[in-house]
Design a protein around this ligand. Sequence first.
Ligand code: SF4
Ligand code: SF4
Length: 396
Amino acid sequence: MTLSIQQTIQEADRCVACGLCLPHCPTYFKTGSEADSPRGRIQLMSAVAKEILPNNDRFKAHMNACLSCRNCETACPNGVRYGALIDQARVITAQTNWLTQLFGWFAGKPTLLRYSSQFLRFGQSTGLLSLLSKTNATLAKYMEMLPVLTATQSWQACYTAKTSKVGDVSLFLGCITNAFDAETLRASIHVLTHLGYDVHIPPSQSCCGGIARQQGDAQQAKTHIDHNIQAFQNTWPVLTVASGCGAGLKDYTSLPVQDVSDFLMQCDWNHVQLNHLDAHIALHEPCTLRNVMKAAKPVAALLNKIPQLRITPMKGNQQCCGGAGTYMLNQPEMAEALLADKMKWLEQETFDFVATSNIGCAMQLGSGIRRANRPINIMHPVTIIAKQMGFQSELD
Ligand code: SF4
Ligand code: SF4
């Protein structure tokens, strides 16, 4: 829900400044500055909304440094809706650079985004991108974030159940997932149809609006949300494979949105045989999955279905990886500091995979892993499950 100025003041005033949220805030942990804590940010928002303080560059800097991870929200005994407050603050502090503007523009043009991903795929496979990356450090950094790209897909309106039908679900594609990680969507369809579900993909669905909202463009975000409300008119569960998208849809629609792993854990697996996998997985927990979708636990339970698989939750899972949508592009220093903590832990043990349920986190963690030249695959948990059910990945 978008807050008016009056509602912002009312919500901010519900903060009793107890400070219980402070130890849960990654930016406060890193800077030790009250203005980079949830309590400090709420005080600043309130003061600016009441016109006690100006909406100046210092205010913007403290708002823009917030990851929107919403750890603070879950720690707050008063139930202050920090997510709604920071979304509103972003409207008045809109922060963009050329790259996030480009991202936002592309997010509204999924077909173009998909074609661009194929151009990048060509660059990856021919070595052109790595050649270009050697000429420019910034470009190299951005290219590091890209997963190995696969072919884009023209989606059917419906993929029918491969076994006795038990139900219907809708699948949310997501603009970045559809362009850069169609493999996870194909894997999800594989698992769902083999469990007896017809998987519907409404062609008129749109971006979740998350990038526009993060840029402070509430109008554009609302346009995307309205498109999705129209597109998913039935009552089937709307499954998301990127928790960032799921969180936005959950916050701003009343659609029956559910994380795909969470849904799969509620399915009947009695007739399904999963092949064993002798591997060690570091399980990453996206903030949006834990704090907004409230669906982090089912992911481990789902992966536990695979015989012989060893799963270790990533240490410090409660701390954001620094991906946070376009944060990694806008706030590179803090994003790098948070990523360094994850990499430090990953280096302490031997892992074959990092499993994460959000494309933004996969890109952020992937950039660290590629830079460190570690032989670790990053995969969506459902892709790992699908492969143990016979799914043929383009990357195998
Ligand atoms: S959303 Fe995350 S980074 Fe922002 S104030 Fe809350 S805990 Fe801190
Ligand atoms: S825990 Fe809640 S009430 Fe306490 S300071 Fe943080 S936001 Fe305010």
